[in-house]
Design a protein around this ligand. Structure first.
Ligand code: GLY
Length: 402
């Protein structure tokens, strides 16, 4: 496909190339629909065996079974999100009905103040649902969730606390992933006119900008603060190779997070940081030619290390958006995103009827604990579909976000 795309760019008229690109999105969604129908059958079967409704699929367990999670798991919102994206692209009410069903299963999370993952859970599900249906109840859920999330903000630190686990290790851990939860807060201010949510999101982004990045624009995974003074106590990793290494999905969360923060604030410092992160990744000596990174840019066994398709999918989606803010220079980033999508769509898609219905294969969750290594992960599928929709919107000259 890559070879074909390059030839296409060099020799054929623009219209032909556009038609080919449109086909990439169309055929990817056809594949995604087939796989997701198969996954729904697998979930039905499991529910019959368990005698109860299960919430959301996350991955494939070591015994080969579909790994389902409860609503408090950080990944519970992605499957409803996948169903919403299928509805958005196909406009088929079957997908809407399924999306409504799976979204309602996680509503109770709006009261769960024990985690920072509220945005992942509620915005990917209810947020997309609200955007596509204007259902007023979804709006209430989002506002309630934002009110719950800001309870984790510490003004001394200027950030939202990420985790409550590992208290012996970290006093107040903030992980780069947490940037992704800010979208929910920005939206809550737009919905209510209450600037509290916006102010918390901006403070969190500014604190992250100040403390999470190294000179080469890569980021640490976990920064732990003194909750009284706000001083940085530790610069660590949890899912990366080492404290000084660059965990691939973490870099992608940062790129996506700062691009999204620029969308809501217009703060050029956020856009500049996003571009610096993109350059770190795209120019890295260990970035493979297909632009699907190894699980950590410093993994010791490269090139014999696992890839992380989820990091690539997050990166592609973010690059499409960032590109729209950078004028002519932005086209280069859209091209990089196209390349990622082309790689994922050819070499990282599951054969139809395999892998329990996941769309992509070859993602890595947490290599240091040997957990979810080289498996399908639901968030890879979610950001892959989001990136495809963004690609489609760009090709049809429609705004990427509404
Ligand atoms: N937020 C957890 C992860 O990216 O694995």
């Amino acid at each position: 496909m890559r070879k074909y795309f390059n030839v296409c760019v060099m020799f054929f008229p623009l219209l032909f190339c556009q038609a080919t690109e449109k086909k990439t999105v169309e055929s990817a969604f056809l594949h995604a629909e087939k796989q997701t129908k198969y996954m729904l059958e697998e979930i039905d079967e499991l529910e019959k065996q368990n005698g109860k409704e299960l919430v959301s699929p996350r991955s494939i367990a070591e015994d080969g079974n579909l790994k389902m999670v409860v609503s408090r798991d950080w990944t519970s919102g992605f499957y409803p999100g996948v169903l919403w994206y299928l509805y958005e692209y196909t406009q088929n009410d079957f997908w809407k009905q399924k999306a409504v069903e799976f979204t309602s299963n996680i509503e109770r999370e709006k009261w769960n103040a024990t985690t920072h993952d509220m945005g992942f859970k509620i915005y990917c599900s209810f947020g997309n649902g609200l955007r596509l249906t204007k259902n007023a109840h979804y709006k209430d859920v989002i506002i309630e969730s934002a009110a719950t999330l800001v309870k984790r903000f510490n003004p001394n630190v200027g950030a939202i606390r990420s985790w409550d686990h590992n208290k012996d290790k970290w006093d107040f851990p903030v992980i780069i992933d947490n940037m992704m939860n800010l979208e929910l807060l920005f939206e809550a201010t737009k919905m209510t006119g209450d600037s509290t949510y916006y102010d918390v999101a901006v403070a969190h982004a500014n604190t992250t900008l100040k403390n999470h990045f190294r000179k080469d624009n890569s980021s640490f995974h976990v920064i732990s603060y003194d909750p009284e003074t706000g001083e940085v106590e530790k610069r660590n990793t949890h899912q990366g190779y080492g404290h000084q290494s660059s965990w691939s999905r973490g870099q992608a969360w940062g790129l996506y997070g700062f691009t999204m923060c620029y969308r809501y604030t217009g703060n050029e410092a956020y856009l500049k940081q996003a571009e610096k992160i993109a350059r770190f990744m795209l120019d890295h000596r260990n970035m493979p030619a297909d632009l699907v990174p190894y699980w950590d840019y410093d993994a010791p066994g490269i090139p014999n290390e696992e890839r992380d398709a989820s990091a690539a999918a997050v990166m592609a989606s973010a690059l499409y958006e960032m590109g729209t803010y950078l004028g002519k220079r932005g086209e280069l980033y859209a091209k990089s995103a196209d390349k990622i999508i082309s790689s994922l769509s050819t070499d990282y898609v599951s054969p139809i009827g395999e892998n329990k219905g996941f769309i992509l294969i070859h993602s890595t969750g947490a290599k240091p604990s040997n957990n979810e290594v080289d498996v399908p992960l639901i968030y890879a599928d979610y950001y892959y579909l989001e990136a495809l929709i963004r690609k489609d919107r760009l090709e049809n000259q429609r705004p990427l976000t509404e």
